[in-house]
Design a protein around this ligand. Structure first.
Ligand SMILES: [Zn+2]
Ligand SMILES: [Zn+2]
Length: 409
């Protein structure tokens, strides 16, 4: 009898828990306010595994101790697997950096050899360095590769995040074909493994390799770097090429017309240089994304990114981005003494270009969409100069993802 009572009570409690969970679930979805913490991450960085100038552990240590929750090492055409010995470059900077590394991690961890005055170090693999740093809900390292392909003299790079197997650059007979073949290779691996993965187009204006028309013709590409911290990537274009932010809106004008999902903008470091600092170097800390996800796992993060629950930034932090009942609301996590301008940028139906539709100063701003707009996004510009910027005189900025009007709201 007693056992039966316990069973009934347990069943009732379980049912009540179920009702509670369901009500929370629907309440969250109804208001459009997505549950989840904000996680900070960089999806593009290099190490000694390719042309970066530092050991993976030192780079991971930098990101972890500088407030990042997730990071990748996306080396060129390689995964950090198997045995790789790095001959330390000549010069006291690199010798000092090695000494620092050896001192920090010790002779038991660092495997190296000296031959005729040069030092070679066995690089730690992804699974080795990952377990040194990862902590539940604190820090996550995701496997990644910068698929580094080309067409004629044009460098064509894509980052494949959370892949399991190395992807060989696929090649092709045009810029578009090379990009598409590589996108397809990532999607194929994702479908075959069932593991969440993402692929994004890197620095389209690097050598002005990827044109607007190429971007427009791509199929199944959802992400590209609207900001990349490497000095040679021409984020802002020049007198004859549009910048990547203008390119973003132009791509989306075409995507809306073709019924394709909008492309989202990412900011990354593309860090290579960890010892010398300045605008001529690609240093860590220039651009990142903030993702609002249920938990700090690659699956949760990629799911949130797929759904546009993230923004790109070079320093501005947001408390809240909400899109509900066709109203886009932005709340800035302000820093004292810093002023902000919130621009709502969008495209009116029938127009060929985006416009600043509304500008607000202060910490909070809203914009109500109507059916005459193809999409709207927000850009938040601060009057705080970026430290060690991509370009001198750059202010800290954030870009939210574009949203579209819905008749059902
Ligand atoms: Zn690249
Ligand atoms: Zn890169």
């Amino acid at each position: 009898m007693k056992i039966l009572n316990v069973k009934i009570v347990t069943a009732i409690l379980n049912f009540m828990m179920f009702l509670l969970c369901m009500s929370i679930f629907f309440a969250c979805n109804k208001t459009g306010e997505k549950a989840g913490r904000w996680y900070r991450g960089n999806l593009h960085a290099h190490s000694y595994w390719s042309d970066g100038d530092e050991f993976p552990e030192m780079i991971m240590d930098w990101y972890k101790s500088n407030g990042y929750h997730f990071v990748v090492l996306s080396d060129h055409n390689i995964l950090a697997q198997g045995e790789k010995w790095k001959l330390i470059p000549k010069g006291f900077i690199y010798k000092n950096a090695f000494d620092k590394y050896l001192k920090k991690y010790g002779h038991d961890w660092v495997e190296y050899r000296e031959d005729t005055g040069r030092i070679s170090v066995k690089l730690k693999t992804f699974s080795e360095y990952k377990q040194l740093f990862e902590e539940k809900e604190q820090f996550l390292i995701i496997q990644s590769e910068e698929i580094t392909d080309s067409f004629e003299d044009k460098p064509l790079h894509l980052n494949a995040t959370n892949i399991r197997e190395f992807i060989e650059p696929q090649g092709g007979a045009s810029v578009l074909e090379v990009l598409q073949n590589n996108i397809n290779a990532v999607i194929k691996q994702r479908e075959e493994t069932g593991i969440p993965m993402m692929v994004h187009i890197n620095h389209p204006n690097f050598n002005y390799a990827v044109s607007l028309q190429d971007m427009i013709e791509l199929e199944q590409e959802r992400f590209f770097e609207v900001f990349n911290g490497h000095p040679n990537v021409n984020n802002y274009g020049d007198s004859i090429h549009i910048g990547s932010e203008e390119m973003w809106d132009q791509i989306n004008i075409a995507y809306v017309k073709r019924g394709k999902p909008l492309i989202y903008g990412i900011a990354t470091d593309d860090s290579h240089h960890y010892h010398l600092f300045g605008s001529e170097y690609s240093n860590a800390g220039r651009g990142w994304i903030m993702v609002q996800a249920d938990s700090l796992t690659s699956g949760s993060l990629i799911n949130a990114i797929d759904n546009g629950r993230f923004y790109a930034t070079t320093g501005v932090t947001l408390k809240k981005i909400q899109f509900d009942a066709n109203v886009l609301e932005i709340i800035i996590d302000t820093k004292s003494g810093v002023e902000y301008e919130i621009q709502f940028i969008g495209v009116e139906r029938g127009k060929q270009d985006s416009d600043i539709l509304k500008t607000e100063t202060g910490a909070v701003a809203t914009y109500k969409l109507n059916e005459d707009l193809l999409f709207v996004r927000a850009k938040i510009i601060s009057n705080k100069l970026k430290k060690n910027p991509y370009r001198e005189e750059d202010f800290e900025v954030a870009w939210t993802q574009p949203v579209t009007f819905s008749e059902n709201e």
